[in-house]
Design a protein around this ligand. Structure first.
Ligand code: P6P
Length: 346
């Protein structure tokens, strides 16, 4: 039996497809794999070492920072900024952008990384799957000049790579560079990620909806009509599944089909999830896998962020389910159908 391809081999093979690249993206993707293995090692032993629990600080989201949040942020920050590929990093755990390189001006390095180092950290202490989400864009400011805010605030269509690491029953790294979505599973015995899920595609149909029920009650009429319709379709196999960890819910829906919703609500007009380092990268993965990702008006990938921690309503998953939700918006609650007529892609 031929050996499965390692992440490093896969990245190098893909570089060969782009003869004019400098190798900086290859180095950056490899560094992400290294940082993921270090974080994974801590996550897997969280119960055994004093890495559980709150750090005592709160982040800019006004969320209680967990010790593992801080460890993951420090690890990705240290490893990504040590290479020559990265000029700047925007992290969920840091109030402002970090400009890398000497004098902290980001004059060198081709790429900007936006990252949620550890998403779903409220699940850490109860041993539920958590994840890392990353997005990579090119700098806009010419090399040699200090980075500006505009280098970081780019739309999802500007991404050159996007992915996530899922620290679950096994640890997986899933990413795209625009030629499909590929999943790699970590073999802890050898400390390598191996290609396990080549060219991941959403199933044609899905029957899972992921939403916090408490949030649903405060959402708009179209979201409520859509969820009520899913609930009534229980005989068609519809079921609710909500882990409370975006990466885990997204990944399950990618494999089995489904839709994840974090809507705008009466108390959170822009929803809860962050555009740059949660919604945009997963939106690109979703579209590359044949799915859709929208907010209350249109395509997530077209949104131009105004701030690092900007939030957005978020509906992502199997194409026909997202279209069914959009049909409820266009033609009102009575429009719920699992087979919306016509192409409603935004
Ligand atoms: P709620 C975790 O904090 C997160 O950002 C996502 O991973 C998750 O889907 C969502 O928030 C959970 O939010 O309001 O349902 O607890």
């Amino acid at each position: 039996m031929s050996k499965a391809q390692t992440l490093g081999e896969f990245i190098m093979d893909r570089q060969a497809e782009f003869p004019f690249v400098s190798g900086q993206l290859t180095r950056l993707l490899t560094d992400i794999g290294v940082a993921a293995k270090i974080v994974n090692q801590k996550v897997n032993r969280a119960g055994l070492t004093s890495i559980l629990g709150a750090s005592g600080d709160t982040n800019i989201q006004d969320e209680q920072q967990q010790k593992l949040d801080v460890f993951a942020d420090d690890t990705f920050m240290r490893i990504l900024s040590s290479g020559k590929s990265v000029c700047g990093i925007g992290s969920e755990e840091r109030d402002d952008f970090v400009r890398c390189g000497e004098h902290g001006e980001g004059r060198q390095g081709k790429y900007i990384v936006l990252i949620d180092p550890l998403d779903g950290s409220s699940n850490i202490d109860v041993n539920v799957s958590i994840g890392t989400i990353f997005s990579i864009v090119r700098r806009i400011t010419p090399m040699g000049e200090p980075l500006g805010e505009g280098d970081f605030l780019q739309p999802g269509t500007a991404q050159v790579a996007a992915g996530y690491i899922l620290y679950g029953s096994s640890t997986m790294l899933v990413y795209t560079t625009g030629t499909g979505v590929n999943g790699f599973t970590l073999d802890p015995a050898v400390g390598e990620f191996f290609l396990s899920h080549p060219l991941m595609i959403f199933p044609e149909r899905g029957a899972t909806y992921s939403i916090n029920d408490a949030v649903k009650a405060k959402s708009g009429p179209a979201t409520q009509a859509f969820i009520d319709g899913c609930r009534e379709a229980v005989d068609a196999g519809f079921r609710g599944r909500y882990i409370g960890s975006l990466v885990a819910d997204f990944h399950r829906n990618l494999i089995h089909g489904g839709i994840y919703l974090y809507p705008s609500t009466t108390d959170k007009a822009h929803g809860k999830l962050r555009l740059l380092y949660e919604c945009s990268p997963l939106a690109w993965i979703a579209e590359e896998a044949g799915g859709l990702a929208v907010d209350d008006r249109g395509r997530i990938l077209d949104k131009v962020p105004a701030a690092l921690h900007e939030r957005t309503p978020y509906y992502v998953g199997t194409r026909h389910l997202v279209q069914a939700l959009m049909a409820c918006r266009l033609a009102g609650p009575g429009a719920f159908s699992m087979d919306p007529q016509g192409d409603k892609s935004p």
